[in-house]
Write a new protein. Structure first.
Length: 182
């Protein structure tokens, strides 16, 4: 089932009929970072250690209260979801929710400004060509028809986040500045 669907979380027992839950955990971790909580009657520290060595997100020993399981599920999912938040200088960029906060205030970005900023963030301080930005935002076949629009949106974005955060790479495009005081 796991290979045919996408899951937010996996609740995994160690004692399974055909293979060990640890084997399943190792297999999942080679291809996925899905949240995994081990649910098991195996309570010894060596078992817990093995689970955490293979990157289980949590380990809960049977018997347990359903409420505790629910709280652990919420906690693990919350930690996984915050990994979508990128902190750059005084900006918090939530790639999942498509939002940007500066000094804990959510900025009002247009969809075009968001698309530009998100591509610059994804590229991790590498220069992004004007053609790539235009293609990412407008899916344009003709780069020149949107060239001036790109400049206007970059100017607006600079006003909203901070002028020096987005640097112009002469004759190429733009990149995020790695040094806040540049």
């Amino acid at each position: 089932m796991y290979t045919q669907q996408e899951f937010d979380i996996v609740l995994l027992d160690i004692m399974l009929p055909d293979m060990s839950g640890f084997e399943v955990l190792r297999t999942l971790r080679t291809s996925s970072d899905v949240a995994i909580i081990m649910l098991t009657a195996k309570w010894e520290i060596e078992d817990k250690e093995q689970g955490f060595l293979w990157w289980a997100d949590d380990y809960l020993v049977k018997p347990f209260e359903l409420r505790e399981l629910w709280l652990r599920i919420q906690s693990v999912l919350q930690r996984k979801n915050t990994s979508d938040i990128i902190h750059v200088w005084d900006l918090f960029i939530n790639m999942q929710a498509n939002t940007v906060s500066k000094n804990y205030v959510t900025l009002s970005l247009s969809q075009t400004e968001w698309l530009i900023l998100s591509l610059l963030v994804i590229e991790q301080w590498q220069a992004v060509s004007r053609a790539s930005l235009i293609d990412h935002v407008w899916w344009a076949e003709d780069m020149y028809s949107h060239s001036r629009s790109l400049d206007v949106h970059i100017a607006r974005l600079r006003q909203k986040i901070w002028k020096t955060y987005i640097q112009t790479v002469t004759w190429f495009g733009y990149r995020l500045e790695t040094n806040k005081n540049a």
